[in-house]
Design a protein around this ligand. Structure first.
Ligand code: ADP
Ligand code: MG
Ligand code: ZN
Length: 545
C-alpha cells in the first residue's frame, strides 16, 4: 500500500515538474508583468521566480529552494498584490518581518504583522482585516509561535477561509520544520495542521538550504508530499573559498586578521563571524585597538544599538561587523567582499548561508575559514545534544581538513548537486593544487588508542589537547608512553590526524558536565576495532609536515 502511494506521489511530482510553468499565457500573466514593473520596479524576473509564482497562482503547493539573496520573497509578495484575498507569511524572525514590512510600505503595499509583543491596536486591526473582504491588506506576517498559541488568530483564519478570503500560505525558512535540519524549531510542527484545516489553500515553502532528505521530511510534516519542488543551482561562481589554519596563539591570530583587513581587504566591506558573544566582543575590542573600524553585533545587544551598527556598516563607516550568527537573516548588502569565519560553522548549511552573504552583486568575493581543532570542541559541547548536531559539525571539519578536493565540489556534493562544472581557480585547492599524497595513518591511530587505554587504566580522561600532549611526551608522566615515538611532524599536523580520526569514527567524543561547562574527552571510536587488524588502512589526504 505504501509503495502504491509512493508511486502515485512520484508520478504526481513528475507530471507537475513537466508542466510549462514559465508560460506567459496564464490568466494573471499580464497583471503580473504590470505589477512587477510599475509597483516593484523590477525589469526581469530571476530564474525560478516565474515558475514559482505561476505554480502557486495555479493553487499548487510548492517548495522553492533558492540561495539566500536569490529573491524568494518576491515569489509570494508578487502573487499577494495581484490576488484579491490575503497571503499569510510565516516567518521565524521579527527583524526579518520588520525588514519586509518596511520594504512593502515604501511600495505602498498594505501589510501587517502578528507576534507575541505586537500592540493591541494593530492586532485588532489585522484580525478585522482577515475577515473583511474589502480590506486593503494583502499580506499578514506571523511567527509560528503566534500561530501555535493564538486561538483567536486561528479562528479568524477559519472565518477567512469560509469567506474565500484566504489565498495562500508562504512559509519562510521552511527547513525549520525538519528535525534533520540544522535549524529545527519546534513551533514549526504546528504548521502540519494547515493542510487539513484549510484544504485547497496552497502552501509555498521557502528555504535557502535543504538536502533531499530534509525536503522529504518537510513535505511529510506539512502534508504536501509530491508537491512541486523547484531548486535553484547552488554554485556561486564569484565566491572564492579558502580555509586557513588558525594560529593557536591569540596574538598571532589577531595579527593575521589585522593584516587581512589592512591589506587584502583594504577598503572592502565584510563580516567576521565568531561563535560566542564573548568572542565577538573581544575580537571587536582587539581589532579596534589596531585602528580598524569594526562594529560588534550579537543577540544580547539592544535593538537600537544593533540597527545603529547595521547602518554604520551599510554606509561604510565600519569596514566589517564582528558578529555571531544572530547577524544574518535579512542582511541586504550587495557588496560584501569578504566573510571571515573566525571559528568554523556548526553545519555546512550554516556555512553556506553565512558565507553566501558575500558577493551578492556577482563580483568576486572571498569566503575564508580559520580552522583549528580546539574550535571543534568548543562547538561540539554546544551541539552534541541535538539529534544530528555532531554529524553536521563533523561535515564542516571534513571540509576544512580536505587538502585535495575542490572546495566547490565538496559543497556541491554536500547539497547533493552533481559537480561537473569548472571552479576556474576560485578556491584555494584549485588555485594551488596540493602536492601531498594519500597516506595511511592507521599506526598513529593505534598509538593514540594505546595512550587512551593507559589513561583509562590510570582513571584519567583525556581531552584532545591532553591526548596530543601525551603523544608528544608532554604533560603528566603517568600518561606518557616511552615506546611510542614522538611524532616527526608539527603539532598542527597531529591535530589534523586527530581530527581525521574523530570525524571518521576511530575516535569519539565523550561529554561530561562540570559545574560551569561541558567538557569533551576523547575515547576510542566505534570503528576502533578495525585497527586491531594490522592490514587495515586509514587513508588521509594530507601533507604530513
Ligand atoms: P531571499 O529571501 O531569497 O534571501 P530576498 O527575497 O530577500 O532574498 O531578495 C534579495 C534581494 O533581491 C532583495 O533586495 C530583492 O528586492 C532583490 N530582488 C528579488 N528579485 C529580484 C529581481 N527579479 N530583480 C532584481 N532584484 C530582485
Ligand atoms: Mg528570505
Ligand atoms: Zn576549486
Amino acid at each position: 500500500k505504501e509503495k502504491l502511494r509512493d508511486d502515485a506521489l512520484l508520478k504526481k511530482s513528475f507530471s507537475l515538474s513537466k508542466k510549462n510553468w514559465t508560460s506567459e499565457d496564464f490568466a494573471w500573466s499580464v497583471q503580473l508583468r504590470k505589477a512587477l514593473k510599475d509597483l516593484f520596479r523590477i525589469e526581469k524576473l530571476r530564474e525560478l521566480q516565474l515558475p514559482t509564482i505561476n505554480a502557486i497562482m495555479s493553487k499548487e503547493d510548492v517548495i522553492l529552494i533558492m540561495p539566500t539573496g536569490g529573491g524568494k520573497s518576491l515569489c509570494y509578495q508578487l502573487p499577494a498584490v495581484i490576488s484579491k484575498g490575503i497571503t499569510i507569511v510565516v516567518s521565524p524572525l521579527i527583524a526579518l518581518m520588520e525588514d519586509q514590512l518596511h520594504g512593502l510600505r515604501k511600495l505602498e503595499v498594505k501589510a501587517g504583522m502578528l507576534y507575541s509583543k505586537a500592540d493591541k491596536e494593530s492586532v485588532k486591526m489585522i484580525m478585522t482585516a482577515l475577515v473583511d473582504k474589502n480590506s486593503p491588506i494583502k499580506l499578514i506576517y506571523v511567527t509560528p509561535e503566534y500561530m501555535a498559541k493564538s486561538n483567536r488568530f486561528m479562528s479568524k483564519l477559519q472565518k477567512a477561509y469560509q469567506l474565500e478570503h484566504l489565498e495562500r500560505f508562504a512559509i519562510d525558512e521552511v527547513h525549520c520544520c525538519s528535525q534533520w535540519g540544522h535549524d529545527f524549531r519546534p513551533d514549526y510542527k504546528f504548521l502540519g495542521v494547515l493542510k487539513s484545516m484549510f484544504p485547497g489553500v496552497p502552501i509555498l515553502g521557502l528555504t535557502a538550504t535543504a538536502p533531499a532528505k530534509i525536503i522529504v521530511d518537510v513535505q511529510k510534516m506539512l502534508d504536501i508530499s509530491g508537491c512541486l519542488v523547484l531548486r535553484a543551482p547552488f554554485n556561486r561562481p564569484n565566491l572564492y573559498y579558502e580555509v586557513r589554519r588558525k594560529p593557536a596563539d591569540k596574538e598571532t591570530c589577531l595579527a593575521m586578521i589585522e593584516n587581512l583587513l589592512k591589506n587584502r581587504f583594504c577598503d572592502k566591506s565584510g563580516i567576521i563571524y565568531t561563535t560566542t558573544i564573548k568572542d565577538a566582543e573581544q575580537l571587536t575590542t582587539d581589532l579596534r585597538s589596531k585602528g580598524i573600524k569594526v562594529g560588534c553585533y550579537h543577540a544580547m545587544l539592544e535593538a537600537n544599538y544593533r540597527s545603529e551598527v547595521y547602518s554604520k556598516w551599510m554606509s561604510g563607516k565600519y569596514q566589517a561587523v564582528v558578529a555571531t550568527i544572530a547577524f544574518g537573516l535579512g542582511i541586504d548588502k550587495p557588496d560584501v567582499r569578504f566573510v571571515i569565519h573566525h571559528c568554523i560553522s556548526k553545519s555546512m548549511e550554516n556555512f553556506y548561508q553565512e558565507s553566501g552573504r558575500a558577493g551578492r552583486d556577482g563580483k568576486k568575493s572571498v569566503c575564508l575559514v580559520l580552522y583549528r581543532l580546539a574550535d571543534v570542541f568548543k562547538l561540539s559541547t554546544m551541539v552534541f545534544q541535538d539529534k544530528v548536531g555532531l554529524q553536521n559539525l563533523y561535515k564542516v571539519v571534513t571540509y576544512c581538513l580536505d587538502q585535495t578536493s575542490c572546495r566547490r565540489a565538496l559543497i556541491a556534493t554536500h547539497f547533493e548537486e552533481s559537480w561537473e562544472k569548472n571552479c576556474a581557480e576560485m578556491c584555494d585547492r584549485c588555485r594551488k593544487p596540493n602536492i601531498g599524497k594519500q597516506i595511511d595513518i592507521s599506526r598513529y591511530c593505534r598509538q593514540l588508542h594505546r595512550i587512551i587505554t593507559k589513561a583509562v587504566q590510570n582513571e584519567v580522561r583525556l581531552t584532545a589537547l591532553k591526548l596530543i600532549d601525551a603523544w608528544y611526551g608532554k604533560g603528566a608522566t603517568t600518561l606518557r608512553m616511552s615506546d611510542i615515538p614522538v611524532p616527526n611532524f608539527t603539532r598542527e599536523t597531529a591535530e589534523a590526524v586527530v581530527g581525521h580520526l574523530l570525524v571518521n569514527g576511530y575516535l569519539q567524543e565523550d561529554f561530561y558536565f562540570s559545574a560551569y561547562s561541558t567538557i569533551s574527552y576523547l575515547k576510542r571510536g566505534p570503528k576502533s576495532g578495525l585497527v586491531l587488524d594490522n592490514d587495515h588502512k586509514i587513508l588521509f589526504n594530507y601533507e604530513l609536515c
